[in-house]
Design a protein around this ligand. Structure first.
Ligand SMILES: Cc1cc2nc3c(=O)[nH]c(=O)nc-3n(C[C@H](O)[C@H](O)[C@H](O)COP(=O)(O)OP(=O)(O)OC[C@H]3O[C@@H](n4cnc5c(N)ncnc54)[C@H](O)[C@@H]3O)c2cc1C
Length: 578
């Protein structure tokens, strides 16, 4: 395989005609763009280029600098490559040198050629300094074999010597300390959508902003794989643009599962595989809390551990393969009983009916209360988004608040990029709250420190977090330390207020089910059936609960998955008897 094609081998498939029989990979069809206001000359250049380079390159022709710039902007957003730009010098409006100067902002590494008449060679020589011209070609260029092709061959070779591999990923252009930029990254990461992230002040970020025609005041800009530039998109817009379903396809299902964590995904796999018309609705991204875990070490069947993202991706694919519908960015806000139907209402007012419902809404991180922390959420203070923010922690001194396994896992993960990681724990030691294997792991990592009996009492900064004040709970001594990032893992609470008046819950808001509903052995108040509620059934017949949101549940991936599958078994039993 030739050097050029080896460099581009991973980007496209199929046999190359140019290098056959040695090369079986077609390189990216990079473009050669020509612009000339004289249609006859424009066609002639394009024809000659196409004759020799048309197999491997797209030859694109424009008849004005403005038109060519528009084309280049669209190509930039689509992530397409331009190897060479050939511009005529004398054009009305924008002349060739001005055009090449603008084109450099979008395609700085494209090779630049100016087409000139003999009388304009002075201008062409000046252009060598202004736009770092690679070559000027005198018109006419006949015969092309002698005057055009050797020049273009050499420029193509020089261009391909640099690694120009494009990325098919979505691009996000944002600000380091923009909370919405951080949320967009988190949303895409948790939905397993690959992306590239650029700061507005770095060259590639500025290039994409220019191509999107944005002044950078409203961020982030998300450039989709089809080249569409979305300005500060909502989660629903993002989901739609990356092909995630946001609307159920039917009006009525056998089973609606609310929540796409391990419990919900487990239920979706079993429900759909056992022939139930099943839809799973998820507020943000399937995977739930487990999707945020850098390494789950105690899930059966993965002796070397598995990342939460991988587990979630496998589960999602498995559920889809069995025919479960997975709908994201839908927040369930109400549940009603309408005869034998159970109706779920969403935040946008839409409703969905089914014979049965499984509540699998898990828990969400508790907010840490200290002056300043709310202001910096997403700008240095993060709840559970340790994975997506890791790259911005490089060489920083960072803090993690919390003493449970989730905090420990985040510390191990972040210690790879951060200069130092300090875990702040209110308790006197980690032994009560963290698994033994993790405590051992932390002790072996030199840039991790654990500060016990310590809490954050204030956060300060200008526009983003810059320092936090720490207080020792025994000595009451305080200390203000520089901190760019604080990750908070201080336990979680169920968010079940939306079930008020319908579903019975314990004092902390966890959903009661089965035997936990019985008061002194009697059926719960208002229970309409002769039988007692099934094991995971709530006080509403046909509405079940699984996973962390259930009162007294195991708060583990394995128990959540197990309850999801068990709830489906009980759904069958309920359907058989109604
Ligand atoms: C960082 C971290 C590391 C962990 N590591 C481990 C580990 O190593 N081993 C282990 O066994 N456990 C671990 N856990 C715990 C484990 O992840 C949870 O026990 C498990 O995810 C619970 O699953 P679930 O489906 O019940 O709930 P969740 O995972 O909380 O999922 C609930 C889902 O429901 C969605 N939802 C909530 N309300 C609504 C609504 N109204 N409408 C629509 N959707 C809604 C949420 O967005 C969420 O996606 C870890 C947890 C964290 C946070």
């Amino acid at each position: 395989m030739c050097g050029y094609h080896r460099r581009h081998a991973s980007t496209r498939e199929g046999p190359s005609r140019a290098c056959a029989p040695y090369c079986y990979v077609v390189p990216v069809r990079t473009a050669i763009l020509t612009v000339d206001d004289d249609p006859g000359v424009s066609r002639a250049v394009a024809r000659d280029l196409r004759r020799r380079y048309g197999d491997l390159h797209r030859i694109i022709r424009a008849e004005s600098g403005e038109q060519a710039m528009e084309t280049l902007r669209e190509m930039t957003l689509r992530g397409e490559l331009v190897a060479i730009i050939v511009a005529d010098y004398r054009m009305p409006g924008m002349n060739g040198i001005e055009f090449l100067e603008h084109a450099m902002d979008l395609y700085p590494s494209a090779r630049r050629v100016l087409l000139t008449a003999y009388a304009d060679t002075g201008a062409a020589i000046d252009a060598i300094n202004i736009v770092d011209l690679d070559h000027y070609l005198l018109k006419p260029w006949d015969p092309p074999e002698e005057k055009l092709y050797p020049v273009i061959d050499a420029l193509l070779e020089a261009w391909s010597a640099d690694d120009q591999r494009p990325s098919a990923d979505i691009a996000i252009v944002g600000h380091r300390w923009s909370a919405r930029t951080s949320e967009v990254r988190e949303f895409l990461a948790r939905n397993q959508v690959p992306y590239r992230s650029y700061q507005v002040d770095e060259p590639e970020g500025a290039r994409l902003l220019a191509a999107a025609g944005s002044d950078g005041r409203t961020l982030p800009i998300v450039v989709t794989t089809t080249g569409e530039a979305l300005i500060a998109p909502s989660d629903a817009e993002l989901a739609a643009s990356v092909g995630l379903a946001t609307t159920p396809s039917k009006d009525f299902y056998d089973l609606i599962i609310i929540g796409g964590g391990p419990a919900g995904l487990g239920a979706a796999v079993y429900g759909a595989s056992e022939g139930l018309r099943t839809v799973l609705v998820e507020r943000m991204a399937t995977g739930g809390q487990a999707g945020q875990s850098s390494r789950i070490e105690n899930y059966l069947g993965f002796p070397d551990g598995v990342s939460g993202a991988q587990l979630a991706d496998r589960a999602r694919r498995q559920a889809s393969r069995f025919g479960a519908e997975l709908v994201t960015t839908r927040d369930a806000v109400g549940l009603e009983v309408n005869g034998s139907a159970r109706t779920v209402r969403f935040a946008d007012g839409a409703t969905l009916d089914a014979h049965t419902v499984i509540l699998a809404t898990g828990v969400a991180y508790r907010q840490l209360r200290a002056p300043g922390l709310d202001e910096f959420t997403g700008r240095g203070v993060y709840y559970g988004s340790a994975l997506t923010e890791a790259s911005s922690c490089a060489e920083q001194d960072i803090y993690i608040v919390g003493g449970a396994n989730s905090a420990g896992q985040a510390a191990v993960y972040l210690a790879r990029s951060a200069r130092s990681v300090t875990i702040l724990v209110r308790a006197e030691s980690l032994t009560q709250s963290m698994s033994y294997y993790l405590i051992q792991q932390l002790a072996e990592i030199p840039n991790i420190t654990v500060r016990t009996s310590t809490e954050i009492t204030a956060a300060e900064g200008e526009g983003h977090l810059e320092s936090v004040t720490l207080r020792h709970r025994v000595s009451e001594e305080t200390e203000t330390v520089k901190a760019s990032h604080v990750f908070i893992f201080i336990g979680a609470a169920p968010r079940t207020e939306w079930l008020d008046g319908v579903i019975a819950r314990d004092q902390a808001g966890f959903v009661l089910a089965g035997p936990d509903l019985a008061v002194g052995g009697a059926a719960p108040k208002g229970w309409p059936l002769d039988r007692a509620p099934y094991h995971l059934e709530t006080n509403v017949p046909g509405v079940f609960v699984a996973g962390d949101v259930r009162s007294e549940s195991g708060k583990r991936v394995a128990s959540a998955v197990g309850e999801g599958s068990m709830a489906v078994m009980l759904v069958h039993r309920y359907l058989e008897k109604t």
